[in-house]
Design a binder for this molecule. Structure first.
Ligand code: GTP
Ligand code: SPV
Ligand code: MN
Length: 607
């Protein structure tokens, strides 16, 4: 530990001789003036001592009923990603595009510098060396997060590989993404701290050209665990554009058929639209098996064999708690039961366990809700915030695929795009080819969820489920999707499908039972890859032919099934102006090929 005196940081105890890193840490300490600097070594002892500090501070409550696990509640205003406070500060505003907030990088640096000045007074500055993905990767993806939040450190220790082993691999010259974070809550001498310090002013800033991240004011996951969305999607998407690969908001799963055929599938659904659930699916159809490789982020590149290979850069699961139960996602329940988890903004039971809406069919008679208030089923409020989360080591997942440990990743056979739509979008649609699939992804729409602040349930375009995460111009991103497949062997390209588990009937109920039953759709996808089942050609793509989707043993009426897969021409005609408006917003950079796809769709709809 290094004690700072007179604002003059001494870094003699630093566990690295990496000159650029040392200079950055010293400069940051001089600016933010913490009381001390602690380097994260990745050891179990240090992890536990940080947890002990969090318990002593009243931030964490140790759970009697879950091994090495802790409950935590945030400030009620700091519960989700803040998209309106997220900026892509490209040198040229035109490179950020119409879907991101922009500020001149020089101006933004000045704003952030003012906010950071003295912002760690009375606190500890932690330096977290981390790697996203494999330490043994050809080019390991290093980062260093500086933060004044021990909650962030504990969470980063779960979500990424951190500490001395990373520093050792970095040596003195490795490149890394500097990721600066502060909760923005300096302490005056003698000032009593609160359980979740944060600041009303929030900034989540990416500098794409210099590959830097600066975050201020929030302790919430996507705003503060900077290896996750800020690095692995916003910064990595820019690296991927420059280097010819893809950084995507996708789960990765391994699907084994009763005959033992293995397929790897990636799927992009917007935040809180079912990635974790599909990644850990327990198929209801006999003989089919799903294993998990990732539940939120996929990095994909074409291999020498012409196939698209995917890895998951994360080391943990940061999952939506509500709706996770033994009946919906038993593997997630097993993972959190295995210990080492942090639960944020869920309810506490009287005997020291956690609970949230949807965990069990009926709630316990008494809880402490996420605000710390007494709660009973009669309270008429939610016990847990809709975006409450569990943070759990991925190794806890009982169906983690062995290939997770392979730095090469897995070859993807199918990509699913999906959203949360009450109407219009059928249960599953197969694209004609990569370009049509890219069109499906680029025009993906979904109802907003509690994963980001703002209104919930509003339909918006969320291209490739990446709207909040594309680190550059969305039009260039679409072009990159088209370019990346140019020259690829069409037979080896993954087939692209569009799914929707969330279509409703006239009474507002879900038409499709979802969860474990989604294995039936995965089976249809594999059957299509293998040319085993028929599909019906429609204006929007191929949907299951009658009898091709395995619904044996499912209590679904023929009418419900027909409604779930129906292509309603009038609904689609109403969708066209919205897609047109979306491409107008993207502007001149909308790839011509996608405009041609739209023209084709209009013609097929008779427009
Ligand atoms: P992020 O972590 O925010 O990126 O979310 P995610 O895409 O991993 O979503 P997740 O799997 O956590 O699901 C979000 C919510 O959707 C949960 O409340 C689930 O219970 C619900 N959900 C997931 N799959 C289905 C499904 O097939 N049908 C229905 N009706 N709900 C589902
Ligand atoms: C999401 O919002 O898509 C998440 C949670 O996966 S967060 O880490 O906050 O981004
Ligand atoms: Mn996500």
């Amino acid at each position: 530990m290094t004690t700072l005196e007179n604002d003059a940081p001494t870094l003699i105890d630093a566990p690295t001789t990496h000159p650029r890193m040392l200079a950055w840490v010293a400069e940051t300490a001089a600016l933010t003036t913490p009381d001390r600097v602690v380097w994260i070594d990745g050891s179990a002892q240090q992890h536990q001592s940080l947890i002990d500090d969090l318990v002593a501070a009243g931030t964490f409550v140790k759970l009697a009923k879950k091994k090495d696990s802790y409950w935590c509640a945030s400030d009620p205003t700091d519960v989700a990603r803040v998209e309106d406070r997220t900026f892509i500060c490209s040198v040229d505003e035109a490179d950020c595009g119409p879907t991101n907030n922009w500020m001149d990088p020089g101006e933004m640096r000045a704003v952030m510098k003012d906010l950071y000045r003295g912002c760690m007074k009375g606190r500890t500055m932690y330096v977290i060396p981390f790697v996203m993905g494999h330490l043994e990767a050809e080019k390991p993806m290093f980062g260093v997060e500086i933060t004044d939040s021990p909650y962030v450190v504990v969470s980063m220790n779960v979500m990424a590989k951190t500490g001395t082993r990373v520093l050792e691999k970095m040596g003195e010259t490795a490149d890394y993404v500097p990721a600066m974070h502060s909760i923005g809550a300096p302490l005056k001498p003698g000032q009593v701290d609160v359980a979740w310090p944060c600041n009303d002013t929030k900034y989540i800033v990416q500098f794409p050209e210099s590959r830097e991240i600066q975050s201020f004011g929030s302790g919430y996951g996507g705003n503060a665990l900077l290896g996750k969305k800020c690095y692995s999607l916003r910064i990595a998407s820019v690296m991927a554009r420059d280097e010819g690969w893809l950084a995507e908001h996708m789960l990765i799963l391994k699907l084994t058929s009763p005959e033992g055929t293995v397929k790897y599938i990636a799927a992009a659904f917007p935040s809180a639209c079912g990635k974790t659930n599909l990644a850990m699916l327990e198929p209801t159809i006999p003989g089919w098996k799903v294993e998990t490789l990732g539940d939120d982020i996929a990095w994909m590149r074409f291999g020498d064999d012409g196939r698209l290979w995917a890895t998951n850069p994360e080391n943990g699961l940061f999952g939506v708690a509500p709706g996770t139960g033994w009946d919906t996602n038993p593997n997630a329940m097993r993972a959190i039961d295995a210990g080492g988890s942090v639960f944020t903004n869920v309810a506490l039971t009287d005997d020291g366990d956690i609970w949230w809406e949807g965990m069990t069919p009926s709630p316990p008679a008494h809880l402490t809700d996420w605000h710390g208030n007494d709660w009973t089923p009669e309270s008429g409020t939610l016990s847990s915030h809709p975006n409450s989360r569990f943070c759990t080591p991925i190794r806890n997942c009982p169906i983690l695929a062995d290939e997770y440990d392979d730095p090469r990743g897995v070859p993807i056979s199918a990509i699913l795009f999906g959203g949360r739509r009450k109407t219009t979008i059928p249960l599953v649609t197969e694209s004609r080819d990569w370009t049509h699939g890219t069109f499906m992804g680029a025009t993906l729409s979904s109802e907003t969820t509690a994963a980001a602040t703002g209104a919930v349930g509003v339909v918006r375009r969320d291209p490739m489920a990446m709207l909040p995460f594309i680190g550059y111009h969305a039009g260039d991103y679409f072009q990159h999707w088209i370019d990346v497949a140019k020259g690829a062997d069409a037979d080896k390209l993954p087939k692209i499908f569009y799914v929707n588990w969330f279509r409703r009937d006239d009474e507002g109920g879900f038409l499709w039972p979802g969860y474990g039953e989604n294995g039936r759709v995965l089976k249809w996808v594999v059957d299509r890859l293998e040319g085993r089942v028929a599909a019906v050609e429609t204006p929007i793509g191929h949907v299951p032919a009658p009898g091709s989707l395995d619904v044996s043993g499912l209590s679904l009426t023929d009418d419900q099934l027909a409604q779930a897969v129906r292509v309603d021409v009038d609904e689609w005609k109403a969708e066209i102006p919205l897609i047109q408006e979306w491409f107008d917003k993207i502007g001149d950079k909308t790839p011509i090929t996608l405009l041609t796809e739209l023209d084709g769709l209009k013609a097929r709809l008779g427009l």
